[in-house]
Design a protein. Structure first.
Length: 203
C-alpha cells in the first residue's frame, strides 16, 4: 500500500475514533477533490480513477455517512441495478475462497492487475478455527449453516461482496466487484466459502 493510501486510512480511522467527522459542504468536497487530484500521481495500475468520487461517495461524504433516507434508497437501488449477476450457481470453490479471504495482496501500483485478495479476515471473523481476525464487520461464522445456500441467499451474498453499497449506501465494506478488485470467479469462491456446507465457516 502506498504512503498516501496509509495516510488516508489513518486519517479516516482517527477521525472516526474521535467522533469528529462532520458533514462536508459542497465547497469542502470540491476542495478535497482538488487536493486529491493535485497530489495523486498515476503509477503502474494505480490510475486517476482511484481518487474520483461518484454520486454515492459524494453523498456519503456530504452527509457524514448518513444521507437522507430517500436519497440513500435511490442510491442503493442504482448500485443494485448495476451489479451484473452471473446466471446459474453462484457457488465457486470454498478452498479458493479461503485463500482469497486470507490474502491482502493486490491493488498497489506494482501488483499485477487482477491479482488481488479480499483481506476479509481484516474485518470479519469467518472460519471459527482462525483466531486472528478483525471485528469492524460482523462475524460470518456459520453463515451458511444459519441461512442455507438457496439461490436467493447466493444472490444476496454475491451482491454484497460485489457491491456492499447496494444494500447499505455508506457501508465501509469495499465494493470489490464494482471497483474491479475481485473477479467474478473470485466473488463466487468467496460466496462458496460462506455458504458451502463443507466450508470450515459452517463447521
Amino acid at each position: 500500500m502506498t504512503r498516501f493510501g496509509l495516510f488516508l486510512i489513518t486519517l479516516a480511522v482517527a477521525t472516526a475514533a474521535l467522533g469528529q467527522r462532520q458533514p462536508e459542504s459542497a465547497a469542502d468536497s470540491r476542495r478535497i477533490d482538488g487536493l486529491l487530484k493535485r497530489d495523486f500521481h498515476e503509477r503502474g495500475q494505480a490510475k486517476m480513477d482511484r481518487v474520483q468520487t461518484d454520486e454515492l461517495q459524494r453523498a456519503c461524504n456530504r452527509y457524514a455517512d448518513n444521507p437522507p433516507a430517500a436519497l440513500a434508497k435511490r442510491l442503493e437501488a442504482a448500485q443494485l441495478k448495476a451489479i451484473p449477476f452471473p446466471s446459474g450457481s453462484l457457488l465457486g470453490s470454498w478452498q479458493a475462497g479461503e485463500k482469497i479471504a486470507q490474502s491482502g495482496r493486490g491493488m498497489t501500483w506494482n501488483d499485477k492487475p487482477g491479482d488481488a485478495g479480499g483481506s476479509c479476515y481484516n474485518c470479519h471473523e469467518i472460519s471459527p478455527k482462525e483466531e486472528a481476525h478483525g471485528t469492524i464487520g460482523p462475524s460470518l461464522a456459520r453463515f451458511g449453516t444459519l441461512r442455507g445456500n438457496s439461490a436467493e441467499i447466493q444472490r444476496y451474498v454475491y451482491g454484497k461482496i460485489y457491491n456492499s453499497k447496494a444494500s447499505n449506501a455508506c457501508s465501509q465494506m469495499p465494493r470489490f466487484g464494482h471497483s474491479g478488485t475481485l473477479t467474478e470467479q473470485q466473488i463466487k469462491d468467496l460466496t462458496a466459502l460462506l455458504l458451502d456446507p463443507a466450508s470450515p465457516v459452517n463447521q
